[in-house]
Structures are given as structure tokens and as C-alpha cells.
Design a protein around this ligand. Structure first.
Ligand SMILES: NC(=O)c1ccc[n+]([C@@H]2O[C@H](COP(=O)([O-])OP(=O)(O)OC[C@H]3O[C@@H](n4cnc5c(N)ncnc54)[C@H](OP(=O)(O)O)[C@@H]3O)[C@@H](O)[C@H]2O)c1
Length: 314
């Protein structure tokens, strides 16, 4: 054993002399450092939001999550520090939700088994985005992470797109999503970052590809199955959101895996993996699908994110 003086520790009692400039610099850096545990709100604790709540809650953050349904409060209470029943169209509820939060994640989508009509889409995404922007004027939120969709790119007939590609979807639902992105991006300030993650189709536990493609086994489908569909596993959505939070990302990032397969290739893999009869394609009939595009994930990778599931889990 020997006595040593830690010259790097400004509070070391045996330190020969106290360098005030260095101490001031250390204290300044300390004050700027992000707290280990944050107050986080997740607006929309559905499939993704609940998994995210579980992830952050386990890591010690104080997580407040929302649902529109009283029936979900009991189950969400297991994953969240606090549950709020509210809709994004309720301006005062949004305002009280964001008070005292460091980070707000928006993960709303129209609820229900039916495909939502356009009016519901507008209320869900646009009213929420507008109320959030108003509420942010009176809050000290450091970062907003908004879950959008690669559907904003529209149909590109199999071409590649990246975050700089122009947006020109002919579908009203996709236009609503990109308008919501713009509303939030315009609210960005030096001390309030806005990060948009454009997700591919979401899959994962209870949303496995076999549930979607399995029922097609043995059928003859119209077209050639040449459309590209982009996917992202829920594990990657959770990890990428945490990556965006920890690295204070701002701006737009695509979030899709590396697989880049056509629907025919995806269906073939599912049928092969589960021993199901193959799907046949009839090129004489017009294909069902509306969109085909290949989405680049290079920007997020260049920022340092490593995919948990780069290839489709089948
Ligand atoms: N599904 C996909 O393949 C896909 C693809 C690309 C992007 N996205 C985006 O990814 C995000 C997460 O999707 P998900 O599959 O986790 O959605 P989800 O399971 O349908 O969950 C949506 C959540 O939003 C809540 N919600 C519904 N209407 C609302 C409103 N008007 N105001 C506030 N909250 C409302 C729901 O409340 P309840 O708890 O009451 O149900 C639910 O908690 C969404 O932003 C979605 O647009 C999804």
C-alpha cells in the first residue's frame, strides 16, 4: 500500500494546489451532462410504446405513458411509472403531460382492427402534433422523438430512397404523416431537438410475419410479387429510439432493416420455414400492392446505430 494523490480529482484533499479554472470547467461540464435518469413521456403506449416503456422503466427512468382506453390502465401500470388516459386532440391534457419531461416520444396510431378513415388519421396525427408544439412553448422538453413511416415516400416502383428524397405520396394518409413531421420539425430549437424516425412495417412478438403471410400459403396471388416491402423489428425500434435519445439525434432518420426482399421472397421464406404449401403468382392479373420502394438506412448507421436484427426474423 502507498499513499497517492489523485491529481485529476479536484476534491482530493492532498492535492497540492487547487486549479480554480480547471475546477470551474469540470463543474460546467458536470452541469451540462445529461442526467442518468430522465423524465420521459410516451404519447401512445401501444405495441411499440409499451415495449419502450418496459425498456426505460427497467433502466430507472421515470416513464409516463398514455392510452386512450381506461381498460388498459391496469396492464400498463406494470410497465409505467404513471399512466394517463388521454387523446392527443385534448390540448390541455397534452400540455400537462409534457410539463417536467426531458424527452417526449410520440407513438400514436389510430386504434382498432379496421383501417382508420382519413378524418381519424388527421385527428390522431395532426391534432396531436399541433397540440404538442403549442405545449412545448411552455415546457423545458429537450427532445421530441416522433415515430413516422416510410409510407411518406409513396410508391417509387422499386427505386431507392433516402432522407433527402422528395416526398410525393398520392395517398392522403401518407400526406397526413408528412404534414405532422413538418409541424414538429418546425418546432425545433437549439435547446429542443426534434428527431423523426421513419419506420418500415413493424413486426416482432405477436406480429410475426407468419401471421401475415401464413394465411396466403397455397394460394395463387395476382402479379409477380416483385414489390419491395421494408420491415423493422420492434427490438430495433426500441434500441434506435434509445440511441436517438442518448445521442441527442435531430432531423429525419429512416429505420428499416437490411433485408431488402421482394414480397415473393418474403412469402417463400415464411412458407419454407413453417413447412407451408408454396404461394403461386399469376402475372396476368394486376398486383394487389400499391407501393414498392427500397429504403436506405445508411444515415442512421453512419450515426453509429447497429441493427439488432439486420435480416428478417422469420
Ligand atoms: N404498424 C406499422 O407497421 C407502422 C409502420 C410505420 C410506422 N408506424 C408508426 O409507429 C408508431 C407505433 O405504432 P404501433 O404499431 O405501436 O401503434 P399501436 O399499437 O396502434 O399503438 C398506438 C397508440 O396510440 C394511441 N392512440 C390512438 N389514437 C390516439 C389519439 N387520438 N391520441 C393519443 N393516442 C392515441 C393508442 O391508444 P390505446 O392504448 O387506447 O390503443 C395506442 O396506445 C405509430 O406512430 C405508427 O404510426 C407503424
Amino acid at each position: 500500500m502507498y499513499n497517492s494523490v489523485d491529481r485529476n480529482n479536484p476534491f482530493e484533499p492532498n492535492r497540492p494546489e487547487l486549479d480554480m479554472a480547471q475546477l470551474r470547467e469540470l463543474l460546467r461540464q458536470q452541469a451540462q451532462r445529461r442526467p442518468l435518469y430522465e423524465n420521459i413521456a410516451i404519447l401512445g403506449c401501444g405495441y411499440v410504446g409499451s415495449a419502450l416503456a418496459d425498456y426505460w422503466q427497467e433502466r430507472g427512468h421515470f416513464v409516463t405513458g398514455t392510452t386512450t382506453s381506461r381498460e388498459r390502465v391496469a396492464s400498463l401500470s406494470q410497465l409505467l411509472s404513471q399512466v394517463v388516459v388521454m387523446k392527443g386532440s385534448d390540448a390541455s391534457a397534452v400540455q400537462s403531460l409534457v410539463q417536467g419531461q426531458d424527452t417526449v416520444v410520440v407513438s400514436v396510431a389510430p386504434t382498432g382492427s379496421q383501417v382508420a378513415d382519413e378524418a381519424t388519421y388527421e385527428t390522431t396525427y395532426l391534432a396531436t402534433a399541433r397540440n404538442l408544439v403549442k405545449a412545448l412553448n411552455q415546457a423545458r422538453v429537450k427532445q421530441i422523438i416522433y415515430l413516422s413511416s416510410c409510407s411518406v415516400y409513396g410508391d417509387r416502383q422499386g427505386e431507392w430512397v433516402d432522407e433527402n428524397s422528395p416526398i410525393f405520396s398520392s395517398e392522403l394518409r401518407s400526406q397526413v404523416l408528412s404534414e405532422a413531421e413538418q409541424i414538429l420539425l418546425q418546432a425545433a430549437k437549439d435547446n429542443q431537438r426534434v428527431c423523426i424516425l421513419r419506420l418500415g412495417g413493424i413486426y416482432g412478438p405477436d406480429r410475426e410475419l407468419v401471421r401475415m403471410f401464413g394465411p396466403l400459403a397455397g394460394m395463387t396471388l395476382p402479379g409477380r410479387g416483385e414489390r419491395f416491402i421494408n420491415w423493422i423489428h420492434r427490438d430495433d425500434i426500441v434500441e434506435a429510439i434509445e440511441f436517438a435519445r442518448a445521442n441527442e439525434l435531430e432531423g429525419i432518420y429512416n429505420l428499416v432493416d437490411d433485408s431488402q426482399l421482394t414480397v415473393k421472397e418474403q412469402v417463400e421464406r415464411v412458407c419454407f420455414r413453417y413447412g407451408l404449401p408454396p404461394v403461386h403468382w399469376d402475372p396476368k392479373q394486376p398486383s394487389w400492392g400499391r407501393k414498392s420502394l427500397r429504403v436506405s438506412n445508411q444515415k442512421l448507421k453512419a450515426a453509429g446505430y447497429q441493427l439488432v436484427h439486420p435480416q428478417l426474423l422469420i
